[in-house]
Write a protein that binds this ligand. Structure first.
Ligand code: SF4
Ligand code: SF4
Ligand code: SF4
Length: 146
């Protein structure tokens, strides 16, 4: 509702949806603010700025919602091992071996997790599978999914 309140609320459907449906789709990352042309009119400038602020975590991580804060990472390797996408590309990962392929989502390098290929994440469009395994097993909260 916080997002909806900041939309023009005309239900003009220029975005292909009602304003309420558009608000929901924004949060689900199925549309972008740019899909509502009215928002870019001068009279909605303040609303647009507030929406950008409100939706920053969502828009920053538009494809997957996944954010890795390397400063919190302890290099435990849990994300590398539990990620089903990682294991499907490089089965040796499940046995605790290092991920050598460039097709894995995560790899630990110099004691810190790095994102190698985010497109392999099961949350990536068009599949957008609601996987949260890496977040669940990252006990230092270095991974957050919005
Ligand atoms: S284009 Fe904007 S104002 Fe029009 S229905 Fe969609 S969200 Fe609402
Ligand atoms: S959300 Fe799932 S598929 Fe994506 S990186 Fe995390 S564990 Fe892997
Ligand atoms: S699970 Fe978390 S702390 Fe462990 S390597 Fe991955 S990001 Fe770093």
């Amino acid at each position: 509702m916080d997002v909806y309140k900041l939309l023009p609320k005309t239900n003009c459907k220029k975005c292909g949806h009602t304003c309420l449906a558009f608000a929901t789709k924004l949060i689900l990352r199925e549309v972008k603010l740019e899909d509502c042309p009215l928002l870019f009119e001068d009279k909605y400038a303040e609303n647009l700025a507030k929406l950008r602020e409100l939706l920053e975590p969502v828009m920053d991580t538009y494809e997957t919602g996944l954010k890795l804060d390397e400063s919190k990472c302890t290099g435990c390797g849990n994300c590398v091992v539990v990620c089903p996408a990682n294991v499907s590309v490089d089965p040796s990962v499940a046995r605790g071996m290092g991920a050598n392929s460039e097709e894995v989502v995560f790899r630990v390098e110099d004691g810190v997790a790095k994102i190698v290929n985010l497109e392999r994440c099961r949350r990536f469009p068009p599949d957008r599978i609601n996987c949260r395994m890496c977040e669940q097993y990252c006990y230092s909260k270095a991974i957050e999914i919005y």
